[in-house]
Design a protein around this ligand. Sequence first.
Ligand code: CTP
Length: 445
Amino acid sequence: MVKVITYGTYDMLHHGHIILLERAKALGDYLIVGVTSDDYDKSRGKINNHQSLMERVAAVKELGIADEIIVEEYEGQKIDDIRRLDVDIFTVGSDWEGKFDYLNDYCKVVYLPRTEGVSSSEVRAEKRKIKVGIVGSAILRAKFIKESQYVNGVEIVGISSAHKVSDSVEGLFYTNVYEELLEKVDAVYIVSKPENHYSDTKKALMAGKHVLCESPLAYTKEECQELYNLADSKNLILMDAIKTAYSTAYERLLLMAKGGRIGDIVSIDSVCTSLRDGIQKKDADLSRKWNSMCGWGPVAMLPVFQLFGTDYNKKIFYTKYLDKSKNIDAFTKIDFVYPSGIASVKVAKGAKAEGELVIAGTKGYIYVPAPWWKTDYFEVRYENPEDNKRFFYQLDGEGIRYEIVAFAKAVESRKNYSYVSKEISEEISGVIDAFNKREDMIELN
Ligand code: CTP
């Protein structure tokens, strides 16, 4: 019996795939099809798949051409599969010509003609693109524009902000009248100053546009709830944009912590600081800067709320102001006291500290080195160093790229793909409210 193997993503199955599979089958008696896992695709930069692994496997299975379907999960697996499954022929389309010659050491390699004029990328691109407008001029704007180029189905059409920043605006429609932008788009990404997030988001939702807004969404919990209710009533997507939530390493460490790998969690220490866009001295531009609490607070609080929940007994702020009249804090520490543990969050744009995340448990701890909010790496550490484990997951575009993919998917399907829950998003706004009102605050001189 001649065994043939072929691999592919098979997203939005099209006739090019079917012809290839038929030809592959005709090369022998038994056809094995390897379908790439979502994680493997992500690690090789294929982030735009519209269908999940299960959907893609089901579509290949339904064709009835494959005798066996396996999942391709890691680089180098092809050699393992060929040996393990006793494969005689490896085959793929001619777009891969030469790329798999190294497999000749293990079996025969055949490149089959690729069907002209069709590909998953084209099928995906035929779907209408979501037109996105950008509101505001914070530093993240340029990163967002860059990262959106990697995402199928999203097109940045223009910017509305009071300050025109030339480098990222090139080729895009620009206005300082928000309503003009809203007329031209399906959705907006809001990076305006935090005090404007609520009104900018509300205006967009009222105009029937989907919203991805940098955190905090609003300055009070009630306003934040109001925005989510408004989005729901209009069947629109509203997402809190905390890019770290979309980092694979971060996602995995949360799952490990929740899965009991370090025992019961007793404390979380989360530190985020930066001086680059900092607020060290009272300069004229201070009014345009985000304070430490809004700039770093949401991301620093994220692991706390995702692991301990939002039901804490008490919180205390320790704040050192740079300019109290403008509510600009150089440094803030928040202690959250929970029934079963304690969390400490340190944020600063006017001070520097090691930006690490430590989650301590009864059996061991998770250590994420600085800058933890854009990490691709973490360690699970125990009393006995021999038990320590290191984990690495590729991170493209600081998480922004995956965040845009999630937003585009949500807009397209009108389903929730956000990695930041409504409850957490509302709690973040609630904490900012308490900070602004200086509740439970100890001021440092
Ligand atoms: N294939 C083909 N003819 C096409 C498209 C794909 O023969 N028009 C073959 C590829 O050569 C590969 C298999 O089908 O052997 C699975 O390819 P896959 O990468 O899943 O499909 P594409 O349509 O090429 O996907 P994309 O556009 O995302 O790269």
